[in-house]
Design a protein around this ligand. Structure first.
Ligand SMILES: Nc1ncnc2c1ncn2[C@@H]1O[C@H](COP(=O)(O)OP(=O)(O)OP(=O)(O)O)[C@@H](O)[C@H]1O
Length: 265
C-alpha cells in the first residue's frame, strides 16, 4: 500500500509513460513483487529503492520482459506489453538496463554502438534489416556518430572495447542504452563499484545524455538518489511502501522504520 504524497499525480501532466497494474510475481510461496500499482510520467526521473530482497530487480525484469508476471500487467505508452518478449519491448522504446546490456569486448567501441543501434531499429523485421540497401545505412552511421559524441568517446571508436578503462566502459554501456533510442531507460545501479569521482561523473553523464528521457533507476546510494530523482518509490517485501518527491519520502516514518531502521535518511 502506498502512503506517501503524490502517489497518483501524473508527473508533468498527461498520460504516464509506464504503469504497472496489480503487478505481481511469485517464486513458489514467495511474493517478490506484490500487487504493485505505479505510474511513471513522461520525462520523470524515478528511483526505486528498498532493502535487499525488496523486489527491485524483479520489478525491472517484469518491465523489461525478462520475467512474466504471475498476475497484473505492465502498460507502456498505453499498450499492455506484459506478454511481449524483451526484444519486442526494446523496439517499443523500453531501454535495457546495464545488467542485460552486453559490451562485446572483442569488438571496437564503434562496432558495439552500431550493433546496439541496429538491433533496435524499430518497425523492421530482422530479414528487412539484413537486406537493406547500403545507402540506407547512413542513418545508422549518423546515429552511431551521435551516440559516440554524446558519451565523449568520439575519436575513440576504433579502440577495442576490452581495453577501455572502467569509467569509459560504463560510458560505453550508457551509449549502448542510448543507441537503442529508448523512451524509457532502466538503469540498475549504474555507479556500482565506482569511486566518488567516477560516480559524480557518471551521474552527470546520465543527466546530460538521458535528460530528455524517462528514467527508472535502481540505486543503493541514498545521497545520489535524493539528488537525482523527481520522485522515489520505496519497495519493501515486494510492496510499495511509499512514492513521492525525495523530501517527502525522507520524512516518511514507515520508510524510516522499514528501510533504514530509523535515522539514516
Ligand atoms: N529467480 C528467482 N527464483 C526464486 N526467488 C527469486 C528469484 N529472483 C528473485 N527471487 C527472490 O525474490 C525476492 C526479491 O528479489 P529481488 O532480487 O527482486 O530483490 P532486490 O530488491 O533487487 O534485492 P537486492 O537489492 O539485494 O538486489 C528475494 O527474496 C529473492 O530471493
Amino acid at each position: 500500500m502506498a502512503t506517501a504524497d503524490d502517489t497518483t499525480a501524473t508527473f508533468g501532466g498527461g498520460e504516464p509513460v509506464l504503469e504497472t497494474k496489480g503487478l505481481t510475481r511469485r517464486f513458489g510461496e514467495l511474493v517478490a513483487v506484490d500487487d504493485l500499482d505505479i505510474e511513471v510520467g513522461q520525462g520523470e526521473f524515478r528511483s526505486i529503492i528498498g532493502p535487499n530482497g525488496a523486489g527491485k530487480t524483479t520489478l525491472f525484469n517484469l518491465i523489461s520482459g525478462a520475467l512474466l508476471p504471475s498476475e497484473g500487467s505492465v502498460v507502456f505508452e498505453g499498450e499492455d506489453v506484459s506478454q511481449l518478449r524483451p526484444h519486442q519491448r526494446v523496439h517499443r522504446g523500453i531501454g535495457r538496463s546495464f545488467q542485460i546490456t552486453n559490451v562485446f569486448g572483442g569488438l571496437t567501441v564503434r562496432e558495439n554502438v552500431r550493433l546496439a543501434a541496429q538491433a533496435a531499429i524499430r518497425e523492421r523485421s530482422p530479414f528487412e534489416n539484413a537486406f537493406r540497401h547500403k545507402d540506407s545505412f547512413g542513418d545508422l552511421n549518423d546515429r552511431t556518430d551521435d551516440v559516440l559524441a554524446r558519451i565523449g568517446l568520439d575519436g575513440r571508436g576504433h579502440e577495442q572495447a576490452s581495453t577501455l578503462a572502467y569509467g569509459d566502459r560504463r560510458r560505453l554501456e550508457i551509449g549502448l542504452v542510448l543507441a537503442t533510442d529508448p523512451q524509457l531507460v532502466m538503469l540498475d545501479e549504474p555507479t556500482a563499484g565506482m569511486s566518488a569521482e567516477e560516480t559524480r561523473a557518471t551521474m552527470e553523464l546520465i543527466g546530460d545524455v538521458l535528460g530528455d528521457r524517462t528514467v527508472l533507476l535502481i540505486e543503493h546510494d541514498i545521497e545520489l538518489v535524493m539528488n537525482a530523482s523527481d520522485r522515489i518509490t520505496v519497495l519493501n517485501r515486494g510492496e510499495e511502501l511509499a512514492t513521492g518527491p525525495p523530501a517527502a519520502v525522507a520524512e516518511n516514518e514507515q520508510v524510516q522504520q522499514a528501510y533504514l531502521g530509523g535515522g539514516v535518511l
